[in-house]
Design a binder for this molecule. Sequence first.
Ligand code: GDD
Ligand code: MN
Length: 387
Amino acid sequence: MSHPTDRIGPLELAVVIPTFRERANIEPMLELLESALTKIRYEVIFVDDDSPDGTAERVRELAQADPRIRLLRRIGRRGLSSACLEGMLATTAPYIAVIDADMQHDGRILPLMLQKLIDEKLDIVIGTRNAPGGSMGEFSPARVRLSQFGRRLSNWVTKTELSDPMSGFFVLDQRWLETTVHLTSAVGFKVLIDLIASSPRPVRVGEVPYTFGARRFGESKLDVLVVLEYLHLLLDKLIGRIIPIRFLLFSMVGAVGVAVALGLFFVLHELLAIAYEPAFFTMLFTVMSLNFFFNNITTYRDRRLKGAAAWWGWLSFMFACSAGAYLNFLVVQQTRSLGIRWYLGVALGLCVGAVWNYGVTSIMTWRHGHWASARRTDRMLSREPQC
Ligand code: GDD
Ligand code: MN
């Protein structure tokens, strides 16, 4: 990069680049921006989630020679959407671009996108793969179909016709960001849908086509849970103001647990003729353990506990839910003595138990910002690319 002093004047554009294990891509990415944004006063903000490959160190080295390069580090956190949002909030520039670090987005069209945003007084200009002149690149037909299905779903939720709502490549006006950012969900990979669905007014959108490139170095971070996160985001946008989606997931896991519990009790007590009490406690223990396991990989996948932290988490979960089961029992007993119909009593007991379990385990087991436990949530299962 050339020396910053030859660019005196107000900052025009911030380029936010989320990174996770992108060390080898940092320098080529900066070179690309430097050659593309020749007439624009910009800064670059890398938002790195404690990559183990030395991405942050590489950024720091290069920033020594150029103060326009900035670094935002997050410890014990993962998530592309929240990384992008926090990067966008860290700048004072009037226009903000978001682009991947791996050169799959065509950074050369950034000046065109910015120009369009300003000239047409738009809120956001999106780099799209699905308009004339753009392309999905080397996607298989199955992935293209999945992507199209996801697109229809999101257009329905955002109530905005976007040709590529999955895009993580766009330039926006900070004033619009200000109107929508407080309402975002910040979950998963799809920050664009989140921003648009959260906007309190119709969004003025522009699009510029480009061809999705091949990754230069490293590998994609998307995995099977991305689909779940995507549905989580859409549900949150639809009904999140009424019911927290995490609670919904927790209750769904719990409901499956209740069904499994009944089946298990039947097998132990009726088929294997095990006495009532040992059968009951074996059932309770097994089902609570299974519930911990499934909540850990679904409801709390973003704070997933591993290794020793998982054992401690399991223990606290067992404690909390035992108390929840007892509370459930007390409620059922109480409603019975009041002469309330048994099924209403059982339903009320389950609700009270679920709220208790959810509330207590969200604090005790999957405590937010628990660095040590959350730190290594990054060992992804598969390497499936984007949808
Ligand atoms: N800070 C941070 N935290 N960055 C992350 C994380 C994370 O948890 N996960 C991924 N990233 C960064 C990567 O380092 C990369 O710069 C960018 O986010 C995209 O991740 P990839 O793993 O390369 O995703 P992709 O190529 O499969 O998908 C991209 O392209 C899609 C199609 O346009 C993403 O940008 C999608 O959002 C986009 O829809
Ligand atoms: Mn990529």
